[in-house]
Design a protein around this ligand. Structure first.
Ligand code: 4AD
Ligand code: MG
Length: 448
């Protein structure tokens, strides 16, 4: 039989009509002649109500009773086709419910492991393939999708071309300590840490370019901000100054937040995200602060009542408590610019009047979500670049293609990389990055 199926999301467009929905039972309740089914289909969650006398009227005493008993026995995560009349219902959160006329079981579900009671994180992570069905997890995935859509739209509107960087690479993009190495027909190859270096070649060919793909870092630390496999959007563009590059990044991040506000308001509601805060980040200018000024601020506030960061000196890298404090101090996403060259990548251009510092910026999200973007102006001078590569103990031969870009019509250019899961964590307001990607890869987690 061919059915005209509608999704739960589409239910409000069918008030008073008979519809069939392919769905899963998340919970059920009721007694006597009435049964309440909580249903989900990926697009939304809502309630269907079965009333026994309606079944008897439609199917007769015996068949009607059997059907109603089947409904009362439906177990968690059984998949069903449910047919009924759509009703407006102001008491329910969704605003609509289904007056059930028929149910057909598609797939049984016996002893579903994730019950409505509380489960520990390890248990949920071991059952990630099922945990993804929950209300919270589907909301996070919808936010992830909204960010992706908004990102594509932003780049398209701003004259960028998508340019795909390779994932298998012959050189390190960021550093050599966090490389995953693999054997490539007898020579070592590495999983990409960032598409940036290839994207710079793209920028010299096409102008504004961006990529989006999985990147890999052998992070040995176990934190709530680090994955070993995550998705990055890199963008690269010629002829913009570093300040203009920050303007572009600010507009980009605002477009992503606005994209989620527009496309996934229900998801934000499910997650109880502070939507007013998100709107404020779109409306207010982001803050820009020099690294050295940030260090001075941290030193001045070291002994404040509720600070809990380690003492820090000029030249030190921030730990996450420092980053959290800085972004909370300003209350909006904050660019920390001009870090010391000593702990940043070789390709960054020094600040002309202070070569110990580089023209780079990390964008720190407020509310303790940490760095969401790393970007910089790139070194364009062939000899200076070689010197930096050698200083880092890297082999210039491995970077021959990259150095060529400085030989044939080198131009000023900047770029940045945004970690998608950091952005999802921030916009969704989830505590841990592991929930921002369908199947997280972390220090002790490669399954499922
Ligand atoms: O700051 P990063 O290392 O910058 C780069 O890789 C540059 N090549 C990007 C560029 O200029 N095109 O990484 C960029 C972003 C970080 O700001 C952070 O959001 C995210 O990637 N990130 C991680 N996300 C999850 N887990 C990790 N282990 C991450 N490391 C970086
Ligand atoms: Mg960084």
């Amino acid at each position: 039989m061919s059915r005209k199926l509608v999704s739960i999301m589409d239910v409000p467009n069918h008030v008073g009509q008979e519809v069939t929905i392919g769905s899963w039972v998340t919970n059920k309740s009721g007694k006597g002649k009435i049964a309440f089914l909580q249903l989900r289909d990926g697009t939304a969650f809502f309630q269907a109500v079965a009333f026994k006398p309606n079944f008897i009227e439609k199917f007769g005493q015996e068949e009607g009773t059997n059907k109603f008993e089947t409904i009362k026995r439906l177990s968690q995560e059984t998949s069903i086709y449910v047919t009924g009349i759509v009703k407006e219902d102001e008491r329910s959160k969704f605003g609509f419910e289904l007056d059930v006329m028929d149910v057909e079981v598609i797939g049984e579900s016996v002893d579903y492991p994730i019950t409505p009671k509380e489960h520990g994180t390890d248990f949920l992570m071991d059952h990630r393939h099922l945990w993804l069905r929950s209300r919270r997890q589907t909301a996070i995935m919808q936010i992830r999708n909204a960010i992706l859509m908004a990102s594509t739209e932003f780049f398209d509107k701003n004259g960028f071309i998508k340019f795909d960087s390779p994932i298998l690479s012959g050189n390190a993009a960021e550093n050599t300590t966090e490389l995953f190495e693999t054997d490539y027909f007898g020579t070592p190859a590495f999983l990409s840490q960032s598409g940036q270096l290839y994207l710079e070649a793209g920028a010299m060919a096409l102008g504004r370019v961006y990529d989006f793909g999985p990147v890999f870092r052998a992070e040995k630390s176990k934190t709530r901000r680090h994955l070993t496999e995550f998705w990055m959007m890199d963008a690269e563009y010629p002829f913009l100054s570093h300040d203009q590059s920050l303007d572009l990044q600010e507009a980009y991040v605002k477009a992503l937040i606005q994209g989620v506000l527009d496309r996934a308001p229900q998801a934000l509601e499910i997650l109880e995200r502070d939507v007013e805060a998100l709107k404020r980040y779109v409306a207010e200018p982001f803050k820009r602060v020099a690294y050295d000024d940030a260090i001075t601020l941290l030193q001045e506030h070291q002994n404040d009542q509720d600070t809990d960061y380690e003492p820090i000196a000029h030249g030190d890298d921030f730990g996450s408590p420092h980053e959290t404090w800085i972004s909370n101090y300003f209350g909006v996403p904050t660019f920390v610019v001009n870090y010391p060259a000593s702990f940043k990548a070789f390709y960054m251009k020094p600040v002309p009047e202070n070569p110990e510092r580089v023209l780079c910026a990390d964008l720190l999200a407020p509310e303790g979500y940490g760095e969401i973007i790393g970007g910089s102006e790139r070194e364009t001078d062939y000899d200076k670049l070689i010197a930096r590569i050698e200083e880092e103990g890297l082999n210039p031969e491995d970077y021959a293609f990259y150095l060529d870009l400085r030989k044939y019509g080198s131009v000023p250019h900047c770029g940045f990389g945004l970690g998608l899961e950091r952005m999802v964590t921030f916009v969704a307001g989830t505590k841990h990055i592991r929930e921002a990607i369908p199947f997280p890869r972390m220090l002790h987690r490669i399954k499922p």
